[in-house]
Design a protein around this ligand. Structure first.
Ligand code: NAD
Length: 270
């Protein structure tokens, strides 16, 4: 896919899927803004990309910081043609809390009767709930709004939102993550239908399990179980999700509007 002359901003591109997406866009010729809350990672990744990539340090959860970051990128690199909303957090503390219950359920599954409750929803604190929605859902809104302000007057642009199969199916034990990702999918559809008349395409990627630092929140046993559940028998490589995001960002996807594409190794097939 070719992105010569395009300016792309990828949030959370200091690691994992975002880094792979930034690389795919840069290798296609885009100038890429590597936005991440982690300054060291943003600089490291931007330094390894071809073309005129630059690091941008901001939290997508902070609306004023997002507006400042977008203004800075547009002043230095030109108007943003492609936005990939990818930044995310896994809710590590909750995952650690429910890991013993998940592992007990896995042992019980072998006996044919699961009795251990996860006690996940009842244990989520207000802060855990708010942080999850703030980064994923609010962050996607803040960045989309900032991008549309400059894409709409120019009559072109592409926005790709990285969601998850948890937003399609709901993932037991992760109600806040599932709610945030489900919200992103509905947001994608609504905004896509609104802005296509202004020449801007908005789509989403609902990825299955991907081998990134985020997946390190899982125990080895949980990971093995997820790999067995996934029809392809393994997790995705970040590059496989990046390829989907790059496709949706490209002109090759010109008839995709508000779509959810599900690279999930067969876990979700629609
Ligand atoms: N790994 C998976 O199995 C998986 C599956 C489906 C969807 N996803 C989604 O893909 C996206 C990327 O996940 P990943 O697996 O590459 O994770 P990752 O942890 O490797 O990368 C996430 C990046 O986001 C950055 N980030 C976190 N909070 C931020 C904030 N407030 N502002 C800016 N940057 C922030 C982190 O510093 C990190 O560089 C996330 O939205 C995640 O929910 C991941």
């Amino acid at each position: 896919m070719r992105f010569e002359g395009k300016v792309a901003l990828v949030t959370g591109s200091g690691s994992g899927i975002g880094e792979a997406t930034a690389r795919a866009l840069a290798e296609g010729g885009a100038s890429v803004a590597v936005l991440d809350v982690n300054e060291e990672q943003a600089k490291l990744v931007a330094g390894t990309l071809p073309g005129s990539a630059r690091p941008v340090v901001a939290s997508v959860a902070d609306s004023a910081a997002v507006d400042r970051a977008f203004a800075e990128v547009e002043a230095e690199m030109g108007p943003i043609d492609i936005l990939v909303n990818n930044a995310g957090i896994p809710g590590r503390a909750l995952t650690e809390r429910i890991t013993p219950a998940i592992e007990a359920q896995m042992a019980e599954a072998a006996t044919g009767r699961i009795t251990t409750a996860l006690e996940s929803t009842v244990s989520i604190t207000d802060d855990e709930w708010a942080d999850m929605l703030q980064v994923h859902l609010f962050g996607t809104f803040y960045c989309t709004r900032a991008a549309l302000r400059s894409m709409a007057p120019r009559g072109s642009g592409a926005i790709v939102n990285i969601a998850s199969i948890c937003g399609v199916e709901g993932c037991a034990g992760h109600p806040h993550y599932s709610a945030a990702k489900g919200g992103i999918l509905s947001f994608t559809r609504a905004v896509a239908k609104e802005v296509i008349l202004q020449g801007i395409r908005v789509n989403a990627v609902a990825a299955g399990y991907v081998d990134t630092p985020m997946a390190e929140t899982m125990s080895a046993a949980m990971r093995a179980a997820l790999e067995v559940q996934t029809p392809i028998g393994r997790m995705a490589r970040p590059q496989e999700i990046a390829a989907t995001a790059a496709f949706l960002a490209s002109d090759d996807a010109s008839f995709f509007v508000g779509a959810t594409v599900t690279p999930s190794g067969g876990l979700v097939t629609v």
